[in-house]
Write a protein that binds this ligand. Structure first.
Ligand code: HXC
Ligand code: NAP
Length: 300
């Protein structure tokens, strides 16, 4: 049993405080995918607070508007670029929009991802393909477009891939996302070496549990079934969005110029094993409140 009199990790400094010197990103532009919601928005706002201009890239107009409003609120310049990161041409057009507005962005944050809980056996081929296509292929296509432009220009740059810790542990109920995130994490290592000589750093950033108001209904539902989230973390609390923003801005900053090929996990040690044996096994269908598997594809 968790002793709730234990203090756990203290709360972080409040939202709005920056970890890096003011103006660290003056004159720079950062391209953030999925910056209109949740953690992408929090990361983008932290760059903006430190002087960066921001490109908010995603599919839905309401998300683009929300991201732009959040950046303007902290007094930074922003442009939105509607694109589906599964579409290489749309990504190229988004980088054109960004470059017209601010010059070629020096930082890319590959934050956009897709996810919903499902037992693996229930996933249709298209459901699997959709999550892998957005999370892994989309991340690669954005990195490729960004790097090609910097390689041609001979300019240094920095890429951050947002991951998830089930890249290492596996993710029951999230087979598609966990497999895709394992690919995203592996890309960090390969691309850091391939593009290092050209001055392009590539790092990963893995959030632990960071609940926020924009979570999709599916993810929120899964989270709501997980009781007592705070005492289930070694830190005895979940993450606060500014903690991710500080980590992201550090990794992309001049103070991290010798860091590349690294994935930083910001999760209060939640993914490490903490007992000699694990808790009792609860089948994933039971965790998701589902009945027995029925193969509706079977004929006869
Ligand atoms: C089973 C589902 C499903 C669900 C969709 N599908 N939702 N299958 N359970 N809940 C299936 C569909 O039936 C379809 O397959 C296929 O997936 C594609 O669905 P579409 O709706 O056509 O896809 P699309 O419009 O491209 O939307 C993608 C999406 C959607 C992933 C389904 O949820 C989305 O746009 N999400 C973006 C935001 C997001 O996912 N954020 C979560 C990030 S959080 P068929 O066979 O019927 O054609 C994260 C880590 C959280 O990654 C960590 C946990 C705490
Ligand atoms: P979120 O609010 O659902 O954000 C996902 C974003 O991705 C949305 O803004 C969405 O914008 C964008 N997106 C999805 N599909 C896209 C596509 N095809 N093209 C372009 N943009 C697309 O989720 P979040 O919780 O902030 O997650 C952000 C990142 O953190 C993800 O990589 C996620 O895997 C990771 N993560 C989160 C947690 C957590 O606790 N929240 C934990 C571990 C990892 P549009 O709908 O407008 O396209």
């Amino acid at each position: 049993m968790t002793d709730l009199s234990d203090p756990g990790f203290p709360a972080p400094p409040p939202l709005g405080v920056s970890a890096l010197p003011a103006g660290t990103f003056d004159g720079e532009a950062v391209f953030v995918t999925g910056a209109g919601t949740g953690l992408g928005k929090a990361i983008a706002v932290e760059f903006a607070r430190l002087g960066a201009s921001v490109v908010v890239a995603s599919r839905k107009p309401e998300h683009l508007d929300a991201g732009a409003a959040a950046i303007r609120e902290v007094g930074a310049d922003v442009v939105t670029a509607q694109c589906d990161i599964r579409d290489a041409d749309a990504i190229a057009a988004a980088f054109d929009t960004a470059t017209d507005a601010f010059g070629l962005p020096g930082i890319l944050v590959n934050n956009a991802a897709a996810n919903f809980p499902s037992p693996a056996e229930d996933l249709s081929p298209n459901a699997w393909r959709t999550v892998v296509d957005i999370t892994l292929n989309g991340t690669f296509l954005c990195a490729r477009e960004f790097a090609r432009r910097h390689l041609a220009a001979g300019s240094p740059a920095s890429i951050l891939n947002v991951g998830a810790s089930y890249a290492w542990t596996g993710g029951p109920g999230f087979a598609h996302s966990a497999a895709a995130k394992a690919g995203v994490k592996n890309l960090v290592e390969t691309l850091a070496v391939e593009w290092g000589p050209a001055g392009i750093r590539v790092n990963g950033l893995v959030p632990g549990l960071f609940p926020h108001e924009d979570m999709t209904d599916d993810i929120r539902g899964s989270l709501d079934r997980t009781h007592d989230k705070d005492p289930c973390q070694p830190a005895l609390r979940v993450g606060e969005r500014q903690e991710l923003g500080w980590a992201a801005t550090f990794l992309a900053s001049p103070y991290a110029r010798f860091i590349s090929g690294h994935t930083l996990v910001v999760d209060g040690a939640n993914w490490q094993r903490r007992t000699l044996t694990n808790p009792p096994v609860v089948p994933i269908r039971d965790q998701l409140g589902l009945g027995p598997f029925e193969n509706t594809d079977q004929v006869g």
